[in-house]
Write a protein that binds this ligand. Structure first.
Ligand code: SD4
Length: 336
C-alpha cells in the first residue's frame, strides 16, 4: 500500500508544473535494466492494475464464468473498487480536487473498437457503467461534466454524494498545509485499469479513476481518453496506463504500446519502450520526483506484461492455470 502511495506522491508534485521545471537531469537517478520478460497465460485472462485489481478480477472472472459479456464483467469487476470507500483513488470515497469536489473519469472499449467514456463526472458512483451506456446508447464516444451527469441521470443512475468523511478530512488537512497552488498538489491515487482476453480470444478493457487528488477543478487525466489511459485493437493487443496522466496523454501512451505490439514487439518490450519514451521526454527536468507512469499490456496470444518508470507498480493477473495473483512490474529507474 505504501509503495502505491509513494508511487503516486512522487508523480504528483509536478502534475501541473511539468512545463516549468526544466533543468539538467537529476544525478540521483540510476537506470536499471528490465528484468522480466513477457509471460503467457491461458484464455480467458484478466489483468488489472494495483492490489485492488484482485477483488476486481475475482468479480470479473465470476461474471465471465456465468456467461456475461466481457464489458459486463469489466463493469462489475472495476465496480468493486469504485464502490469501496477505502479505495481513495476510484469512485466513491475518491480524494477530491482542490475545491473539495470528487470528479471521476472512466472509459471502456470492446473488440469492435466501440468505446464509451465519461470525464469530469460528479455525483455518480459508477462512472464505468455510465461509460458503457455512452458506448451503447449514444452516437458519441465521450461525454463530460454536466452533460455526462445529465446523461447518467437520464439512464437511471442515482446522484449521490461521493465525498466521504475521511476523504473530506484529508482534503481539509491538505488545505491547511498547502499554499493552494496546483503545483504542490499531493496525490494519492491509483487508477484501476482492467484488460480482458476472453476465451474466444477477443480483447476488451476499462479504466476508472478519481484522478489526481487536489487537482484543479475541471482537470481531466488520461484515464477517460481512448488512446491514452486505454487502447486496444482486437487484431493486435490491449494496453492501459496508470500514473501521471499528463505524461501519458502527451505520448498517447496506450495507443503507442498497442502500435509497437503491432510491429512485433512483445507486451513487455512495448510497455518498456513507451515508458522510456516518456522518460526521455522528461529527462531534462531537474527533479524527476513528479513523474511516475506504469503500463500493462496483453497481446492476442495471451502474452502479457507490465512496466513502470519507478518501482512500486504491481498488477493482478487471473487465468485458469495460475488463479488470481499479484505480479510486480519491472521498472526503469532506481533512486539511489
Ligand atoms: C490520472 N492516470 O488522473 C490517472 C491517475 C492514476 O494511478 O492512474 N493513478 O492522471
Amino acid at each position: 500500500m505504501s509503495n502505491r502511495r509513494d508511487f503516486i506522491k512522487k508523480a504528483a508534485i509536478g502534475a501541473i508544473g511539468i512545463g516549468h521545471v526544466l533543468s539538467p537531469i537529476n544525478a540521483n537517478v540510476k537506470i536499471s535494466k528490465g528484468f522480466v520478460t513477457a509471460k503467457k497465460a491461458n484464455k480467458p485472462l484478466i489483468i488489472s492494475t494495483w492490489n485492488h485489481g484482485l477483488a476486481a478480477n475475482k468479480e470479473a472472472w465470476e461474471q465471465l464464468k456465468k456467461g456475461s459479456s466481457s464489458l459486463d464483467a469489466i463493469v462489475s469487476g472495476v465496480g468493486i473498487p469504485e464502490a469501496d470507500p477505502k479505495v481513495r483513488s476510484v469512485g466513491y470515497g475518491g480524494l477530491p480536487d482542490k475545491e473539495g469536489k470528487v470528479t471521476l473519469d472512466a472509459c471502456i472499449m470492446d473488440h469492435n473498437s466501440d468505446c464509451g467514456s465519461v470525464s469530469f463526472l460528479q455525483g455518480i458512483k459508477h462512472p464505468i457503467a455510465v461509460a458503457k451506456k455512452v458506448l451503447e446508447n449514444t452516437p458519441h464516444v465521450m461525454l463530460s461534466g454536466k452533460g455526462a451527469l445529465q446523461f447518467a441521470v437520464s439512464e437511471g443512475f442515482k446522484e449521490e454524494n461521493l465525498l466521504t468523511l475521511e476523504s473530506r478530512k484529508r482534503w481539509e488537512k491538505w488545505l491547511e498545509n498547502s499554499k493552494y497552488q496546483p503545483v504542490i498538489n499531493s496525490e494519492n491515487h491509483d487508477t484501476i485499469s482492467m484488460l480482458v482476453l476472453d476465451k474466444e480470444g477477443n480483447l476488451s478493457g476499462g479504466c476508472t479513476t478519481s484522478g489526481a487528488a487536489w487537482k484543479m477543478h475541471g482537470r481531466v487525466g488520461d484515464s477517460p481518453i481512448i488512446g491514452a489511459g486505454l487502447f486496444l485493437d482486437n487484431d493486435v493487443g490491449a494496453a492501459a496506463a496508470t500514473g501521471l496522466g499528463e505524461a501519458v496523454i502527451r505520448t498517447a501512451g496506450s495507443a503507442m504500446v498497442v502500435e509497437l505490439m503491432r510491429q512485433g514487439k512483445t507486451p513487455f518490450e512495448a510497455c518498456k519502450e513507451i515508458v522510456e519514451r516518456i522518460y526521455n521526454k522528461h529527462k531534462n527536468h531537474k527533479d524527476m520526483s513528479f513523474l511516475q507512469v506504469g503500463f500493462i499490456a496483453v497481446n492476442k496470444k495471451g502474452d502479457y506484461a507490465g512496466y513502470s518508470l519507478k518501482p512500486g507498480f504491481n498488477y493482478a493477473v487471473y487465468d485458469s492455470e495460475n488463479g488470481n495473483h499479484m505480479e510486480d512490474s519491472a521498472f526503469k529507474m532506481v533512486k539511489k
